[in-house]
Design a protein around this ligand. Structure first.
Ligand code: SF4
Ligand code: SF4
Length: 776
């Protein structure tokens, strides 16, 4: 397996300005007196604990304290939190604990308020230890997973014996009036096998001042169990507690639930597990090395390492480490999918650790994505999303990409970024359907299959989710869920075919037709409204109404009713000649029905030649066409004989065209419509204008006033059309070029004069202007 980001920094390089770190996990010990089988320190891939000293020496504590104090002073930090951790920190013994706390208070205390804490399994908590905790004001959190049965599921001794009674004894000690002041709360790891209400009641019985729930540490390489194929079992588990907690009048703060409520109200999360707040935390191992967050040990061996330590490096050096800095960068540190997600403000992409996948590293949504989306929605319902697409947070494009696209063309990297945004938007739309999908048997089975394939064959899922009409379908579901949700089974079945996976599921058959997005349609000649598909090694057997048909989706049209989507191969990626997808009628112009073979061949040949013509004639636009154009939808000829073409933001990647006069005309239409796709994707994540501004403006190519968005689209497309004609020889081409150029400059001036553009919008339009000004 290839090992991924985060990249390492060069410890010798000069430190760049960094965001300060105010939280430190100090590994007082590296061993434990329990052998919990869900422990990320000992039972997960990173086994670096084996090379750590068993206990942190006094010299290391002193060095760590000095580094923390030095950093707090340099950055003017008012408060610093240090959490004594392990392994099990109480294995250090009361005397060492006493010395450690005293050192930390002596060195850091004069510089900043020290919030000193400890996380422990509680087994070695004694009155003597509690006296030390009280003496140095060390607040202690205890790990407990519920009642005895729940706790015994994982938290056992090496011989398998229960630790439950010992933990309860520790909690009873902390409830004594003398020690109550250092009782911080209980940390509970979620296990679906435990009844959530029994767990909740067992924890409350210990009268904790605070409770937190932790999702077990999994990632895309080691996904969490989902018993019985449930779509969002972890959300369901926590939501059961959430309901009871609200009914009880919130008798105790529950950190993850309060954080969800806080972020929904525009506030700050109290946990790295949800929300976009910076995670300003670093771990100091028993040997003094700086490490990234501890739970990364569940990703791969060495995942948390930085190559830095308290003896040779400042905390500033650790803060500048890419793996630590990225967790402080909020939205910009997330993958494209999360940045485009409608619930990203509440979810924040989940815990960094849970995003890991071999190959792509941490540049993924959380493996608990569906659960987190459900949790955010259920605990803090967001305002109704826009009908067109979930609008991502504004300005998620870097200025470099925005400038590059604003110039009109866009490099392969920039347009590739737009393709990623589209995939992110579609994923987010599909994820948002999951709760409703649970109520529809076909959709529920489709969702479960899709979740499995997303782990086992992510490229196959990406192929299908990138299809223009999957996004269109997902948006239709928001308006009329009952009619459209079952199509989720078709989406999943198509992904299973691409993955060459084995799957069996029921899919809707509308008027006897079973649609497989990206693949084609199967006409089953049946009145049944569902069909059963068995998918195996890329082949499909369909059964409905007593009829059974076996097809290979990559074979040509056949008498059994299989009508594959034809593919155009201009070199590089396939472009689909889409005349089968039921969601393709979204352009305001009527699509053709299924093309006869000869007509399809004519269309395919012309699309192929037109794309190649763009390559040679207007190569600056070639990256956009080749990267973004995934489907051409043949339209019926216009009754007036005019060439017509269209693109739709809801069907990103598709261009619809009437038969074109020749290859040159089709090349211009493709460039024109791909400009609309590019701008639509920019608008998905970047506010170029204030959508609430009702003002209209006059543009040179129309008599009626246009809204700002319409004018922007027009000018962006006309700029490209002018640029293509500019390169063509002959007087007629020159005349056409000048007309489009003048339209472009006229509309740019009108847009800039109106004053309705945002800062990013003005920057984008001025880049267009610079391109036009550079033409002869
Ligand atoms: S008590 Fe904590 S450190 Fe010890 S084995 Fe259990 S989870 Fe790991
Ligand atoms: S895509 Fe998933 S993980 Fe990312 S922010 Fe949205 S719900 Fe969270």
């Amino acid at each position: 397996m290839s090992q991924p980001s985060p990249p390492r920094s060069d410890p010798a390089a000069p430190a760049a300005p960094v965001a300060p770190l105010s939280q430190y996990v100090l590994k007082l010990t590296s061993r434990c007196d329990l052998a919990c089988d869900h422990c990320y320190v000992y039972e997960h891939p990173d086994q670096s604990w084996r090379h750590q000293p068993r206990v942190m020496t006094s010299a290391t504590v002193e060095a760590a304290a000095r580094r923390i104090g030095e950093h707090a002073a340099a950055h003017g930090l008012g408060t610093v939190r240090v959490v004594l951790h392990g392994g099990e920190p109480l294995l250090a013994g009361a005397a060492r604990l006493d010395r450690t706390a005293a050192t930390l208070r002596r060195v850091i205390g004069p510089v900043a308020r020290l919030d000193l804490r400890m996380q422990s399994n509680g087994l070695l908590l004694t009155p003597a230890v509690c006296d030390v905790l009280v003496a140095h004001d060390v607040k202690v959190g205890i790990s407990l997973d519920g009642d005895r049965a729940a706790n015994d599921r994982h938290r056992r001794h090496v011989d398998g014996a229960s630790s439950h009674a010992q933990v309860l004894r520790a909690l009873a000690l902390l409830r004594r009036p003398a020690y109550r002041g250092v009782y911080a709360g209980i940390l509970c790891t979620v296990d679906l096998a435990n009844d959530p209400i029994r767990v909740y009641e067992a924890l409350l019985a210990e009268q904790p001042p605070r409770v937190d729930f932790l999702l077990p540490h999994h990632n895309w390489d080691r996904p969490p169990v989902r018993p019985d194929g449930a779509a969002t079992p972890y959300a369901d588990w926590l939501l059961a507690i959430h309901r009871r907690w609200l009914e009880d009048g919130r008798p105790v703060p529950v950190r993850v639930l309060e954080s969800l409520l806080a972020t929904a109200a525009g506030g700050v999360s109290g946990t790295e597990a949800v929300g976009l707040g910076p995670a300003d935390l670093v771990v100091i191992e028993t040997d003094g090395s700086f490490e990234q967050v501890d739970s990364l040990k569940s990703a791969y061996h060495g995942a948390a390492a930085t190559g830095l330590d308290v003896f040779r490096h400042r905390v500033d050096d650790a803060a500048a480490h890419p793996g630590i800095a990225v967790r402080q960068s909020g939205l910009t540190g997330l993958c494209d999918t999360c940045r485009a997600c409608p619930v990203v403000e509440g979810c924040g992409g989940g815990l960094y650790t849970h995003r890991y996948r071999s190959g792509s590293g941490f540049d993924n949504p959380s493996v608990y994505c569906a659960d987190l989306a459900a949790l955010v929605r259920e605990t803090a319902p967001a305002p109704a999303p826009a009908a067109e697409a979930p609008s991502g947070p504004a300005d998620a494009l870097s200025p470099v990409v925005l400038d590059d696209l604003g110039a009109g063309q866009g490099t392969g990297e920039s347009v590739g970024h737009l393709a990623s945004i589209h995939l992110g938007v579609t994923r987010a739309l599909v994820v948002a359907l999951s709760p409703e999908a649970a109520g529809d048997p076909l959709a529920a089975a489709g969702w479960d299959l899709l979740v499995d394939l997303d782990v086992a064959a992510p490229d196959a899922v990406h192929t299908v989710l990138s299809h223009p009409f999957v996004r269109r379908w997902a948006q239709q579901c928001r308006a009329e869920a009952a009619d459209h949700l079952p199509h989720l089974a078709c989406v999943a079945a198509a992904a299973a075919v691409h993955a060459r996976a084995d799957a069996e599921l029921a899919v809707p058959a509308r008027a006897g037709l079973v649609h497989l997005p990206t693949l084609g349609v199967l006409a089953l000649d049946t009145d049944a409204d569902t069909a059963t598909l068995s998918v195996s090694r890329g082949e499909v057997e369909a059964r409905a109404g007593g009829r059974s048909v076996r097809i290979r989706p990559d074979e040509p049209e056949n008498p059994d009713g299989w009508r594959p989507v034809r593919r155009v191969r201009p070199g590089g990626r396939d472009i689909l000649l889409e005349d089968t997808d039921p969601y393709r009628d979204c352009f305001g112009l009527p699509p053709t029905g299924r093309l006869a073979p000869e007509a399809a061949e004519r269309w395919a040949a012309q699309v192929r030649r037109a794309v190649r013509r763009v390559d040679t004639e207007a190569e600056d636009y070639s990256a956009g066409v080749r990267t973004l154009l995934r489907a051409v939808v043949p339209l019926r000829p216009d009754p007036t004989g005019r060439s017509r073409s269209a693109a739709a933001r809801s069907a990103f990647g598709a261009v619809a065209v009437t038969p074109a006069a020749d290859d040159a005309a089709l090349a211009v239409l493709l460039v024109h419509e791909v400009q609309h796709l590019k701008l639509g994707a920019v608008l998905d994540v970047c506010d170029l204008f204030d959508p609430a501004d009702p003002r209209m403006l006059r543009v040179p190519w129309r008599d009626d006033p246009r809204p700002v968005e319409g004018a922007l689209h027009g000018v962006y497309a006309h700029l490209a059309v002018a640029d293509v004609w500019r390169r063509r020889p002959g007087r007629a081409a020159l005349v056409t070029y000048r007309r489009y150029r003048d339209w472009t400059t006229g509309a740019i001036d009108a847009l800039l004069d109106l004053g309705a553009l945002t800062e990013a919008g003005e920057r984008f339009v001025r880049r267009m202007r610079a391109t036009v000004d550079g033409w002869p």
